[in-house]
Design a protein around this ligand. Structure first.
Ligand SMILES: [Zn+2]
Length: 160
């Protein structure tokens, strides 16, 4: 097993949930990610940080488009599944299928289900069961861990 000390997810979790066979998992060291990302994005994605609520410009983003992983640029959420949760974090009722893995996070008294990008293992946020129809789920995401591409603009190539 390769060691990714402190990367925020276990090696078992990395790649778990990635069910699209056309997408290769992306493995980089913590130092490599630190060099590629802003300090805020690195902290959320690879140190399991949480951004301040109401701090992300994506809270107000209402256009059609695609939300990508800020680390590996894999599309994660279709903007049509975004909704206003009032929490101060961008929220979605459904991710693009096969793009996320989950694991229990026991750091609060009540366990939360943490989720991460299945391709690079970066931590994104937590999923709760108090979302709207049709799924009843609320994927509460750190905006700094996302990159938004409006509909009609070309998606960037996946990071390699
Ligand atoms: Zn990623």
């Amino acid at each position: 097993m390769l060691a990714f000390a402190g990367c925020g997810v276990s090696e078992e979790a990395r790649g778990a949930g990635l069910t699209d066979p056309n997408i290769e998992p992306l493995r980089k060291t913590k130092d490599e990610w630190r060099a590629l990302l802003s300090a805020a994005a690195y902290n959320v994605l690879f140190e399991e940080g949480t951004e301040r609520p109401f701090s992300s410009p994506l809270n107000a983003e209402k256009r059609d488009g695609t939300h990508l992983c800020a680390a590996c640029l894999l599309p994660l959420f279709d903007a049509r599944t975004k909704f206003e949760s009032g929490t101060g974090w961008p929220s979605f009722y459904q991710p693009i299928e096969g793009r996320l893995g989950t694991q229990r996070d026991w750091r609060l008294v009540f366990p939360r289900t943490e989720y991460h990008y299945a391709r690079c293992g970066g931590h994104q946020g937590h999923v709760f069961d108090d979302g709207p129809e049709p799924t009843g789920q609320r994927w509460c995401n750190n905006g700094v861990a996302l990159q938004f591409v409006p509909a009609g603009e070309e998606l960037p190539a996946l990071r390699t």
